[in-house]
Design a protein around this ligand. Structure first.
Ligand code: APR
Length: 336
């Protein structure tokens, strides 16, 4: 058990994280930091006064705290509109960001505008971490994943084991679920890795996909597997399209908690994570999704797989896409 876990962002994923940490008793204290609801300077003063008094973070912390006697959990929950609630955290999970949604005039922000907004948010998040828990291990979930992890690293320069992104665990979970469903076997039997960047170029590694230790090709034909791999790459969008109000929030929270538990319990579990590569997989100085041993120090060791030539090529292509994103971030950060 840790003393304290800090959650930055108390939206859909942050809420599931807070409640699961309380249920699983992963830390003595949980701090939830989120400035919402934001005060709109164009609103009438009375409405601004209401927004100033409201707090998603304090409200969610209180809601969960009031349920603790029922679930017999003694976790202490604190919320704040600033970053004070995360003070002293040993582990941070970051979900802070602004989703792509229509402006009041009905138009949508461009991809670049949205990226700029989320980089501003990430600058504030980094400052919040620096001031309140500079030694914490950080798991970042916020999208665009690769850009946000890269920015946190630029702003905080933590030891490379202490910063990682959560994407591969979610993408691999999706791949495993689709395989289990198609093969009509338990999800417990399926093991697979999805590596590379968290976007259209992600690489479902078929050579790593095993059903009870048996290669997946024994169970599913090539066409079915191709369709599953395509669906995996687009799985985030599929959920967005169905929900109609936002993106997946339970499976990402559980995926991040799989990483958090490996750290908290020093499991030394091999999980796909977005980790800093220094030569592994031929990538230098960049965060990309790879399998790594996760334990009490965070990323303990990156594991290099023997990929097939086709998988190697796909990984290279994906790492190239991440490099492009990082270059774009570098340029944008100079203007913020
Ligand atoms: N500091 C802290 N929290 C912030 C900040 C900030 N500077 N700016 C915005 N937030 C908060 C918002 O107020 C919101 O409550 O981040 C929260 C994000 O929550 P949601 O919009 O509900 O999004 P969620 O579904 O939780 O996903 C969070 O994870 O999977 C990714 O694409 C997803 O980037 C998104 C993130």
């Amino acid at each position: 058990m840790l003393n304290k876990i800090g959650l930055i962002g108390g939206g859909y994923i942050g809420g599931v994280l807070a409640q699961e940490i309380a249920m699983r008793r992963l830390s003595r204290e949980v701090g939830l930091a989120d400035p919402a609801p934001f005060v709109n300077p164009n609103d009438p003063p009375e409405r601004q006064d209401v927004a100033k008094k409201q707090s998603v973070a304090i409200g969610k912390a209180l809601d969960i705290a009031e349920g603790l006697p029922t679930i017999r959990s003694d976790v202490r929950l604190v919320g704040s509109k600033d970053y004070s609630a995360i003070a002293g955290s040993e582990l941070i999970i970051n979900t802070a960001g602004v989703p792509r949604k229509a402006r009041p005039d009905g138009t949508f922000p461009s991809r670049e505008e949205l990226l700029a907004t989320n980089l501003r948010v990430t600058n504030a998040v980094a400052e919040g971490i620096r001031q309140n828990c500079p030694d914490a291990i950080i798991i970042s979930i916020a999208n665009p994943l690769d850009a946000i992890v890269y920015t946190l690293n630029k702003r905080l320069s933590p030891p490379k084991n202490k910063l990682m992104g959560m994407a591969g665990q979610l993408d691999s979970g999706r791949y495993c679920y689709f395989v289990a469903d198609a093969a009509n076997v338990s999800v417990e039997n399926v093991n697979a890795l999805v590596l590379g960047g968290h976007g259209d170029t992600m690489v479902p590694v078929r050579s790593s996909c095993m059903v009870a230790g048996i290669p997946v090709s024994k169970f599913l034909d090539d066409d079915t597997l191709k369709a599953i791999e395509t669906r995996t790459r687009k799985a985030g969008g599929e959920v967005v399209g169905l929900l109609g109000f936002g993106s997946a929030f339970v499976s990402p929270a559980w995926a991040a908690l799989e990483m958090a538990e490996a750290i908290i319990l020093d499991k030394r579990k091999i999980l796909p994570v977005c980790a800093m590569l220094e030569g592994e997989y031929g990538v230098e100085g960049m965060f990309v999704g790879v399998p790594a041993i996760i334990g009490k120090n965070g990323v303990e060791q990156v594991i290099e797989l023997d990929l097939t030539d086709e998988e190697k090529e796909a990984f290279k292509h994906s790492a190239g896409a991440v490099r492009k994103t990082c270059d774009e971030v570098d340029e944008m950060l100079t203007k913020l």
